[in-house]
Design a protein around this ligand. Sequence first.
Ligand code: MEV
Length: 313
Amino acid sequence: SVDHRACGHGKIILLGEHAVVYGSHAVAAPVPLAVRAVAQDTKSGGVDMFIPRWGVEYRLHRDPAHRDSFQRSLGIIFDELQLTDRSMRIEVFPNVPRAMGLGGSAAMAVAVIRALDQHYKLNLSDEEINALAFRCEEVAHGSASGIDNTVATYGKPLLYKRAGKKGEAPMVQELHLPKRIPLVIGISGKESLTAVTVGKVRTAWQRNPALYDGIFQQIDALTLQGVEAMQQYDLERLGDLMNICHGLLNALRVSSWEVEELVQIAREHGALGAKLTGGGGGGSIVALCPQNREKVAAAIRDAGYQAMEVDIG
Ligand code: MEV
């Protein structure tokens, strides 16, 4: 039987990606795309994972040392819940595109944990689900801030700041917006792994920490101004802040040719602000479109990319 609650939400980051890894604030919101998973008992003698849409099919290796990176990340779930020796089939239905900066990996981890929670009646709290998904994210992209798994778990717009020390809880504040914020997501089609762009920023930061810390501080300050703009529904100001944030992300060299084209198309067709969202290096952009939303989406499609109209809040 299919249980519709076994879902993890995809997300966009409106302001603050990358800097959030270094302790800055970031604003994120769920998108109406989710990953769903179903667990069933079998007599196969192992954990079999099926992701038909991606052509992925594997038997989870019992020994973590023999798992590839994909198995290693999700494998933590089974080890931690002591289910590695069970005989089961997990089927995953991802409606979040892979490696497009929309939180697909975190949404998948949350969906699998929830499917296991329901099937084995583990009674996990959202906090426990979130903490376990964070461990998967740490394996999937090294120094994850924890923002993706938090939105994937709770499915609400939030302001996020990672914990100062390991073991401490992050600052998570739900954002209550006066009205919905109309956006267009432009999907470049160029897959990009967050692990790679996060690693690139880390290398640059290690070479010149003072310079990069300055950029992260600017992103932090504009993110907090963005929260104010959202709460006052001052979309002109929010758009400006998104544009500046994109400039700073470009300075971190996590943009790409396709992302720049998408951002230009969105701005030229009337978006108040447009920026890359998530890890970058390809992936997706987000454009703020209180007017001209259909025009922006159509122009993105005309240029050969995918566009999605979404509201947050
Ligand atoms: C990825 O969605 C957001 C990044 O800031 C990485 C992270 O916070 O873990 C790039």
